[in-house]
Design a protein around this ligand. Structure first.
Ligand SMILES: NC(=O)c1ccc[n+]([C@@H]2O[C@H](COP(=O)([O-])OP(=O)(O)OC[C@H]3O[C@@H](n4cnc5c(N)ncnc54)[C@H](OP(=O)(O)O)[C@@H]3O)[C@@H](O)[C@H]2O)c1
Length: 278
């Protein structure tokens, strides 16, 4: 009864792997280049590119459950091979963008929606996790924090309810190891709605620095972020943030209800990652 953890190098997959390992499960970790994976001792690694069907059969042999990252190209073949291999259930890391207004025209939402629909149509048991913005997006400020105290931010008054990757991983582990979340869609948010400006205030307080937020126009933000964010994703993000200016982000107690622990706060995330942020 091996659990395949795709995205084992990712913010969520890495944490899921650590938790399942600590609980003694039989595990296989995958990445497009398994040599890059840093896994606990004794965990098997395998090459899996979700866009390359030739890699599917060896990765799925003997697997009963999969933590799946959302990659639309190849998803139908992947799920076919999963069924043939005897996989019982899929836990999909999707995104709350699927449920936002305008999702049908949004490239980021479309990316996840295609995979969600394929998973539901596959007939396999599933859990779809739909987190909102990850707290680790704050690493996007690292470069500016290393350069000085003035931080550029487009739409600084946009509100998000960032979710801690440990909470996503805790919920994913419940989905992979218990039956309570079978055939459910699980929306996950952090515990509080914060503007980007408030997030940066918290970063400054934890780092003991007086940060100045330099608000950028959409065009300025687009020019700056296009250096490291692909164009369709960038448009999607800017649209989301523009729509979130002055709007309290929805928060839910779902993570707490499932894990039995209060959702971790953004301040806690910053305290844990302060050494890597700046
Ligand atoms: N950041 C957010 O605010 C946010 C919010 C909601 C949902 N999400 C979704 O969460 C996911 C990102 O999660 P994360 O932060 O944990 O990831 P991450 O740290 O950015 O890592 C990305 C992972 O995706 C894997 N991957 C990429 N292309 C792949 C492919 N073709 N085949 C197999 N694996 C592939 C990479 O594996 P290798 O490079 O090792 O192959 C890596 O492990 C995305 O689907 C994103 O849309 C993110």
């Amino acid at each position: 009864m091996t659990i395949l953890v795709t995205g084992a190098r990712g913010n969520v997959g890495r944490r899921v792997l650590q938790r399942l390992y600590a609980a003694g499960h039989s595990l296989r970790a995958s990445g497009r280049n398994p040599a890059e994976l840093d896994v606990p001792e004794g965990v098997e690694t395998v090459a899996l590119d979700l866009n390359d069907p030739e890699t599917f059969v060896p990765a799925l042999a003997g697997v009963s459950k999969v933590l799946l990252y959302a990659e639309p190209d190849g998803i139908v073949q992947f799920l076919d091979e999963a069924e043939k291999a005897g996989v019982e259930s899929i836990v999909l890391l999707s995104s709350n963008t699927v449920a936002l207004p305008g999702a049908d025209e949004d490239p980021l939402a479309h990316h996840h929606k295609v995979v969600e629909e394929a998973v539901v149509a596959s007939g396999l048991t599933y859990t779809i996790l739909r987190p909102g913005a990850f707290m680790s997006n704050a690493f996007g400020w690292s470069y500016s924090l290393q350069a000085g105290d003035t931080i550029d931010q487009v739409f600084p008054e946009a509100q998000v309810a960032p979710v801690h990757e440990d909470d996503i991983a805790d919920v994913a582990v419940v989905a992979l190891t218990e039956k309570t979340l079978q055939d459910q869609v699980v929306d996950l948010t952090g515990p509080e709605s914060l503007t980007f400006r408030q997030e940066l205030e918290i970063v400054g307080e934890v780092l003991g620095r007086k940060l100045v937020v330099n608000g950028l126009t959409r065009e300025e933000g687009e020019a700056q972020m296009s250096n490291f964010v692909p164009p369709p994703v960038l448009t999607s993000l800017l649209n989301q943030w523009e729509a979130a200016v002055g709007v309290t982000a929805d928060t839910s107690a779902t993570a707490e209800r499932i894990t039995g622990k209060p959702a971790r706060t953004f301040r806690q995330w910053v305290e844990e990652h302060a050494a890597f942020l700046a």
